[in-house]
Design a protein around this ligand. Structure first.
Ligand code: FEO
Length: 389
């Protein structure tokens, strides 16, 4: 692979195609990249590192780009171990290297990496000259951890943005985007955002405002493609997601033990289709929740089908609604349905959860006893309420 992004900026990241689950929970069928970059002035800075399994390849990538030249600075934008695991390895290779980061990262450097020395602590707007190139530092806390910062190379008009603007999906040899890249990665950008950063809409919005003051011609995130040609599109998408703005449509999730709630879900999906209302259906018992969360961030209505289980909500559905609520999702409407065998209660409990977290209930929901039938479940009427809300 050729890591040349520009004469002065080189890619030294790695693709992870072995892990099935990012953060040991989010399914990544097309892998993920851990991006790291060299900024090569008279002195050389490395931004972030990579995950623990990639030590040999990561070091080899650095050598490929700069040979025997020395890396002078290691800029730590984010301490999550998918980017910080190889700090000690880099220090071993370059014993005189200075770590450049902010005060909030310092205890994490000790806690995760047992690193306490050769640290240059910078703060908002501080600059670091590399000789011919200048790095400027901007704090973007909670995008995605409190210590997160972005590093801007003034002469290259390039921002190293951490997880912001990142995506699932391994990158190919040409890491910089082309006219098709945004379309190809859009779903994985939304999925990554909703899974990883989705709770932090307000801090993301503040970060976008801060970065909008910079003259940016290139965005180098820690995951996914480097953005040059699609910057208005990706910034616009982030602005929308950070405000929890969505398109008209339904994310229809369900869990079903014996197929009755599933039949109700399919009936609702069929009625929505007749009304030309976009609807994405997810079986929470067989599918990783990553994809349904993505569609919560795409569509303005969440429809949840869950039977009553131990006088509670069927756990896969309860867990999913909880994960939506914990992301502080706003501007959403909610409907629920589900079967029960004797006492019922899941529909009421789902409604209470959603309403307590600010979702607007479109109806009281539909709960039905034992087997599904059209007569017990008027999904046509429910779809009509959705169409008119
Ligand atoms: Fe890719 Fe929050 O680390």
């Amino acid at each position: 692979m050729n890591g040349k992004i520009s004469e002065k900026i080189r890619y030294v990241g790695v693709n992870d195609l072995a892990d099935q689950l990012f953060e040991n929970q989010w399914y990544i069928p097309t892998g993920i990249s851990y991006n790291s970059y060299l900024v090569t002035g008279d002195k050389i800075a490395l931004t972030d590192t990579a995950a623990a399994d990639f030590n040999e390849q990561f070091i080899s990538n650095i050598k490929r780009e700069i040979g025997d030249r020395r890396v002078d600075y290691l800029v730590i934008n984010h301490m999550e171990p998918d980017h910080s695991a190889l700090i000690s390895s880099v220090r071993k290779l370059y014993p005189d290297i200075t770590i450049v980061t902010n005060a909030r990262a310092v205890p994490m450097l000790k806690g995760f990496n047992n690193v306490c020395d050769n640290i240059q602590v910078i703060k908002e707007n501080d600059r670091l000259s590399l000789g011919g190139l200048t790095l400027e530092f901007h704090m973007i806390p909670m995008v995605h951890w409190p210590e997160t910062m972005a590093t801007y190379c003034i002469e290259e008009k390039t921002v190293f943005s951490g997880d912001a603007f990142g995506s699932y999906g391994a990158v190919n040899d040409k890491i910089t985007d082309d006219s098709e890249t945004f379309r190809l990665f859009r779903d994985d950008l939304i999925r990554y955002y909703s899974n990883i950063v989705g709770k932090y809409g307000k801090p993301v919005n503040s970060a976008l405002e801060k970065l909008s003051c910079l003259d940016i011609k290139r965005i180098c995130p820690t995951h996914g493609p480097v953005w040059e040609k699609n910057i208005p599109e990706i910034v616009s998408l982030y602005q929308k997601m950070s405000k929890y703005e969505t398109d008209r449509g339904v994310c229809l999730v369900y869990g079903s033990m014996y197929g009755n709630t599933e039949k109700a879900a399919m009936a609702l999906a069929g009625e929505l289709e007749k009304l030309d209302i976009p609807c994405a259906v997810h079986d929470l018992c067989t599918e990783n929740p990553s994809f349904a969360l993505r569609d919560v961030f795409k569509y303005d209505i969440l429809a949840a089908g869950g039977p009553t289980y131990n006088n509670d909500i069927f756990p896969p559905v309860r867990n999913f609604i909880y994960s939506v609520c914990s992301r502080l999702v706003k501007n959403h409407k909610f409907v629920s349905f589900g079967s029960y065998s004797w006492g019922g209660g899941s529909v009421r409990l789902m409604n209470e959860m959603a309403a307590a977290h600010g979702m607007e209930l479109i109806s009281d929901g539909i709960q039905f006893s034992q087997a599904y039938s059209k007569e017990k479940c008027d999904m046509k009427a429910l779809a009509g309420l959705i169409a008119n809300c």
